[in-house]
Every structure is written in C-alpha cells, then in structure tokens.
Design a protein. Structure first.
Length: 359
C-alpha cells in the first residue's frame, strides 16, 4: 500500500471518528426521579441518593439529571418499591428489608439477623453471587438493583427501661426495621414498623417502649436519647445494612450503554461514600450522647444467645416454605462461612488487639 493510500484511509478514519464522537454525546437530555424512603434531615442515609444523582449529572455533563425526593414527597416511605415496579418513578433508594412482606428474600438484599458485616456483604454482592441472584429474583418485580450504601453494624436501639434478661423483652413494643421483627416476636417482643420521621413522636407519647434506627449520628439527629435513656448494642439484626437503588427495568434498559455504565459508577460512588460518612461521624456522635447522659450498655449474653437461636429456627422454616429464600440464602450462608473463617484470623485478631491499646 503506497503512502497516498495510507493517508487517504487515515483521513477517512479520522472523519468517521470525528463524526461518530459527537453522536454519542448528542443524546436527548434525560430527567429521572428517585423516591427515597428516608427524610432529608438524615444527611447520611438520604444523602446516598444525593451523591448518586450528583455523580450521574457530573459524569454526563448535565445531560442526565435526577431529582431526589424524600419520603412522603412523592409517595410514603414504604410505597417506593411499588412506585418503581409500576413505573410511577424511575427508581427509588431504600432499605430492602422494609418489603419482606412481599417476599422474605427482600431482607437478604438488605440485612438479616446475624448476617454478614458490611465488608463481607459488599463482597458477596459485588464479587460473589449476591447481585446476580437478587437481580434474577427482582426481575419478577420489574426492576434491577444497584448498591446504595451500607451503614455498618448498627446499634441495638433506645429503651425506656433496662434490659437485664429475656423476661424484660416480653410485651415490649419495639420499633425495629422490617424483617428483624420476625425474630423479635419469637422473644415476646411486639415489633412496630415505623418510618424514621415518626420514631421520636412515638417514643415520646409512649406509643412504643423502645426503638432502633441506625447508630449514634442519625440517632442524635432524631433526638432519641431525649425520650429513652438506655442505649443498647449491638444491633444483631443488622450486622450491616446494604441499602439499594431499585431501578425500573424498562427505564434502565432504555438507557444507552454509556449511561448504564454511568449509573453503575454513580451507585458504587454512593455506596462507598455512605459508609465512609457513617464511620466518620458515628464516633463523635457517640461521645456527645454519652456526655448527654445516655447509658450505653451491651445486650445480656442470654438475649444474644436466644436471639441467635430464634433466627436460625426461622431460617430453617423459610428454607422449607420459600423456594426463593432457600436458593439465595444457601449461597449467602456458604459465602458467610468462608468470610467468618477468614475474619477469625487476621481481621479479628488485629481488631481485638487494637481495641485494648491506648492510642
């Protein structure tokens, strides 16, 4: 091939490349909405959707604009999944276990009692079979799932009276997030599923006897220490809470491959940022709560042991009654067993050593 031919072909290739590039970016502007299950006042958990929307806008040069709407603005906190399923909104940001009433598998997508910690759960979701199995399951609800943050291990909540034994739990009206109630009721607790914005008022009026939300930073914002003095740990029902973005499948599949990649990247940014915020803000908030005379106490070993036993009994029952649960839970537990084995060595040994040191 002579020099002239090479230059001619290179010139054509250059023209084609120059012509093709603008076509990718000449897509019509997109406008989506996110329905959140959380109040805007909780800048950590609600803020995950803000981080996501800002990242999408930044990466598309403003061509893909997503507005975020707090609980109650477009629809109630516990109706957001129905909104995405029906296509009323393109997507939502929520805690999956709120919707265990549809199918208990939703809880596996968020948190189950005595489940994985945040690093383990993120590993299962992203590198294990978690997202794959859940997206197969969620297809029947007309949406796909993306990671939406993690709170880390949560606190056990605020109680009006001290919990010294299992007997102190009997008849207790306890606000607990979603699926946890199925285990708590086996201990004699009367679980209450109440949105974040209504917890303080319910505790103050005595409608409930105890409540858990997430941890020190959010709990301080909600003022829960003002209406219940005993602050228990750990929240064994949420060794971590994996938050999710649910996206209507038709809306997602209508996106270009470029915008699908943007959505994925933005979801991962929101996921990492959310946990970083909780890990950053919780220590200072805990100090403030202690200074304000909150009584921070561990759950008695008797309560922990009985709770674990009740949870395992529930899971065995679900394996026999819910085929979706049986399939996904088996993979979840197999992954967790290996994670616990690994964390028992380097991770746990290092953490336990450092907890005893004076820095």
């Amino acid at each position: 091939m002579d020099r002239r031919s090479v230059l001619k072909n290179a010139g054509i290739a250059g023209i084609l490349a120059a012509g093709a590039a603008p076509a990718v970016h000449a897509q019509a502007a997109l406008r989506w909405r996110i329905a959140s299950s959380f109040p805007k006042s909780l800048d950590t958990i609600y803020g995950s959707a803000d981080v996501f929307a800002s990242a999408v806008k930044r990466m598309t040069g403003g061509k893909f604009d997503i507005s975020v709407h707090q609980a109650g603005e477009l629809m109630p906190a516990f109706n957001v999944v129905d909104g995405v399923q029906s296509g009323t909104v393109e997507m939502c940001h929520t805690a999956p276990y709120y919707f265990f009433g549809k199918n208990e598998v939703f809880a596996i997508g968020g948190a189950i009692p005595f489940g994985m910690n945040s690093r383990q759960l993120t590993a299962w979701m992203l590198e294990g079979n978690g997202e794959k199995l859940l997206n197969e399951f969620y297809a029947k609800y007309n949406f796909v799932v993306m990671p939406g943050g993690n709170t880390g291990t949560q606190m056990g909540g605020w109680f009006r009276k001290e919990i010294k034994s299992l007997d102190d739990l009997k008849g207790l009206k306890f606000r607990a997030g979603g699926f946890a109630g199925k285990v708590l009721e086996r201990l004699g607790v009367v679980p209450q599923n109440i949105p974040a914005g209504e917890i303080y008022q319910s505790l103050e009026k005595g409608t409930i006897d105890a409540a858990e939300w997430i941890g020190p930073y959010d709990d301080l914002k909600l003022g829960l220490n003002k209406v219940a003095p005993f602050y228990y740990y750990p929240g064994w029902w949420e060794g971590s809470l994996h938050l999710s973005f649910y996206i209507n499948d038709k809306a997602f599949n209508s996106l270009s491959n470029e915008n699908k990649a943007v959505v994925r990247a933005a979801a991962l940014e929101a996921h990492v940022t959310t946990q970083a915020k909780y890990d950053t803000f919780n220590p200072g908030a805990l100090k403030q709560l202690v200074a304000a005379k909150a009584k921070v106490l561990p759950f008695p070993q008797q309560v922990m042991d009985a709770s674990f036993k009740a949870a395992m009994e529930l899971y065995r029952e679900l394996e026999g009654s819910n085929p979706d649960w049986k399939k996904i839970y088996a993979d979840y537990r197999n992954f967790q067993r290996d994670q616990v084995l690994w964390f028992r060595f380097a991770e746990s040994r290092f953490d336990n050593f450092m907890m005893g040191q004076k820095l």
